[in-house]
Design a protein around this ligand. Structure first.
Ligand SMILES: Cc1ncc(COP(=O)(O)O)c(C=O)c1O
Length: 335
């Protein structure tokens, strides 16, 4: 193992093991650690044809006191179960989820980036329907797998501002939203708009609501947040965006800091009024957005650095995650 911790990005890197649970005969079995990445799957399996699959993403950090802690894993357990209910998949008891996450981290402890390198261990739980079938119905068997990957910044350049693009001129079966509808499942509908955004030099696509195409939903990788010139935190309220645990945490931190939080529909027209715009999520933490392109329109913000309010929020959340400032909300779970 020879990892250059400070050079890590957000890319797959094999680690020692992943943990797997099988659901059959109406119940989840015991977790088993595997030292390979292969899975035997029927070509008729439900997840391959009908996409009965859901996943989560969370992080563990090597803290200042050198203890490894996980950021709010019970929130991911709850959201995964919400995704599973939406997709008619069997729920995973919260204790099983937490235990699986802890077991796989302990077995891969040497892959947790050391404190001070700016990295973290990304944890990816995934559940897939595995029973062979041809008709559209819920699978009878499932695999719940948790794998881990050491990661650095999601967007190259760390917290340097990125550009975003609203992509709505595609001749296609119009996936204008990410199609997540609160479920972290099939992201395939977001791939084409994201590719078009990248072709135009934008790191990320920004989605509008699919009904009116006039309200901001979220980025392909993360929630949308903005700061008004008078210092209010604004983030879209919509039934079809992923309820981000990072955004939820940042709203709590904002309130701690005396910053007013507004969670409400955000029309695209309001983009001209914001002082700072950011993307927030487990993987992107807070990534400042320098410009948003939409056809001929360009909404411009802080192009060189993260704005002062986003920076304050960023410092507070990463300070808690790395154990540098008191975890007053008890978000960090020890291994
Ligand atoms: C589309 C989308 N929105 C939002 C988020 C952020 O959610 P969280 O803060 O729970 O990681 C993610 C995941 O990273 C995502 O993929």
């Amino acid at each position: 193992m020879n990892i250059e911790w400070t050079k890590l990005g957000f890319e797959f890197l094999p680690t020692k093991s992943n943990i797997r649970f099988t659901y059959e005969n109406g119940k989840w079995g015991e977790g088993c650690l595997h030292n390979d990445y292969k899975i035997e799957l029927s070509v008729a399996s439900n997840c391959m044809h009908y996409g009965q699959a859901a996943f989560e993403g969370l992080k563990a950090f090597s803290c200042k006191d050198r203890k490894v802690r996980i950021f709010r894993p019970e929130e991911n357990a709850r959201r995964l179960n919400s995704s599973l209910r939406h997709l008619l998949m069997p729920e995973i008891p919260e204790a099983t989820f937490i235990d699986a996450v802890k077991t796989v981290i302990r077995d891969n402890i040497e892959y947790v980036p050391p404190y001070g390198t700016g990295g973290s261990l990304y944890i990816r739980p995934v559940v897939v329907g595995t029973s062979p079938q041809i008709g559209i119905s819920a699978s009878e068997t499932y695999e719940f797998i948790v794998m881990v990957v050491p990661v650095g910044p999601y967007y190259k350049g760390g917290i340097k501002p990125v550009e975003a693009m609203i992509v709505d001129d595609i001749d296609r079966a119009a996936p204008c939203g990410t199609g997540h509808t609160k479920v972290a499942g099939n992201y395939a509908a977001s791939l084409l708009p994201s590719k078009i955004a990248k072709k135009h030099g934008c790191a990320v696509a920004l989605f509008l609501d699919s009904k009116t195409h006039s309200f901001i939903e979220e980025f392909g990788t993360s929630n949308f947040m903005a700061i008004t010139p008078d210092g209010r935190y604004v983030t879209p309220e919509s039934p079809s965006i992923l309820p981000s645990i990072t955004n939820k945490s940042l709203m709590t931190i904002a309130e701690d800091l005396g910053i007013a939080v507004e969670r409400r529909p955000v029309p695209e027209t309001e983009l001209t009024t914001f002082a700072e715009v950011g993307a927030c999520g487990t993987a992107v933490v807070i990534t400042p957005v320098a410009k948003i392109h939409h056809g001929d329109k360009v909404y411009a913000y802080n192009t060189e650095t993260m704005g002062p309010v986003l920076k304050k929020l960023y410092d507070r959340v990463t300070g808690i995650q790395y154990g540098e400032i008191p975890d007053t909300h008890h978000w960090m779970m020890e291994l």
